[in-house]
Design a protein around this ligand. Structure first.
Ligand code: GUE
Length: 305
């Protein structure tokens, strides 16, 4: 079997177009422009690239983008003061603090100081609890994007066996909650799981989110299963030659060995061009959702869990 490629890049463009449509309507009918504030502490180059692309797409869908770049040795008090200001700013409907934070900052404390209604990452304990109990919440962007792709491909997920590899608060755990919400039978696997190959072999849906390059080989995948690859790993690619400075060129790979998995899976997301673009699209969708709720307007259709 040759897997159907689930084109996250194209799907994300569709989601962003839907967001843009609804933002235009909000402006026209209600005079409201959704605003997203992104806070970046420090100068990690990968984070800077990511924050720039988020800012660009935010503006493209017609929202206001507020970028706050803070020095790497910003104090916790100063960061909390900025968050407090954003919490109280009516023009800001969504707040994202780019993770990871420098080591001297308490990530849990910082995240939990964001107004849960503006927590477009869905990382605040209050949103985690609401999601876990099936109540209306802000849903983490990456798992939401994965869920949208799975629903689009399958229609109903009811009764399917799903395995989530990875138990992070950012992806694994909320992904498992969403799959459970759609009536899958969910297994969360991790580094201590006994016989991971066997666990994966039973799954109709495999979500790989561990951050280890190509750790899931095709042989583990059940014929016809749907594979969602959350990993974005940069590895050396000597076959591509060297850069001008003599360093070896690199390429992006997922947590799944794509070539072998795509001969067994029914459908698979590529890296790049799969989950990554959907994450950003869902961030914009969440900002629109937060703005609609803040103004007692109906939930944007098709953009929430
Ligand atoms: N508070 C917070 N929320 C986040 O959502 C968050 C974060 N912190 N910190 C960093 C990670 C990383 N992340 C990515 C999103 C999209 C792509 C993406 O679109 N990637 C492209 C490839 C980009 C390339 O070529 O390098 C793709 O997969 O096709 C990548 C990475 C969100 N993160």
């Amino acid at each position: 079997m040759v897997a159907q490629v689930i084109d996250g890049k194209a799907f994300a463009a569709k989601v962003r177009a839907q967001v843009a449509d609804q933002v235009a309507k909000l402006k026209e009918e209600n005079g409201i422009t959704p605003g997203l504030a992104v806070v970046l502490v420090g100068e990690d180059p990968a984070s800077q690239v990511y924050v720039r692309s988020k800012g660009k797409m935010t503006v493209e869908v017609g929202m206001n983008s507020y970028e706050h770049k803070l020095d790497v040795d910003t104090s916790e008090a100063d960061l909390l003061a900025l968050i407090d200001k954003l919490n109280n700013d009516p023009a800001v409907h969504g707040i994202l603090v780019q993770l990871p934070l420098p080591k001297h900052l308490d990530e849990d404390l910082v995240i939990n100081s964001i107004d849960p209604a503006k927590d477009v990452d869905g990382f605040h304990i209050s949103n985690v609890g609401l999601l876990g109990t099936g109540q209306k919440s802000m849903v983490p962007c990456t798992p939401l994007g994965c869920l949208m792709m799975l629903r689009e491909h399958h229609g109903s997920l009811s009764g399917m066996d799903a395995v989530v590899i990875g138990r992070s608060n950012i992806v694994g755990k909320p992904m498992a909650q969403l799959l459970l919400g759609d009536s899958c039978t969910v297994t969360i696997a991790h580094s201590r799981t006994k016989d991971l190959p066997d666990v994966v072999r039973r799954a109709d849906i495999v979500v790989a989110a561990v951050g280890r390059p190509e750790m899931v080989p095709g042989e583990w995948i059940k014929e016809g299963a749907t594979v969602i690859d959350v990993g974005i790993n940069r590895i050396d690619a000597p076959e591509k030659g060297t850069n001008e400075d003599g360093s070896v060129k690199t390429r992006l790979v997922g947590d799944v060995h794509y070539a072998s998995a795509s001969t067994r899976a029914g459908a698979i997301t590529p890296v790049p061009g799969g989950v990554g673009p959907m994450t950003i699209a869902c961030l914009l969708a969440n900002t629109l959702t937060a703005c609609s709720r803040a103004n007692d307007l109906p939930e944007p259709e098709g953009l929430t869990a």
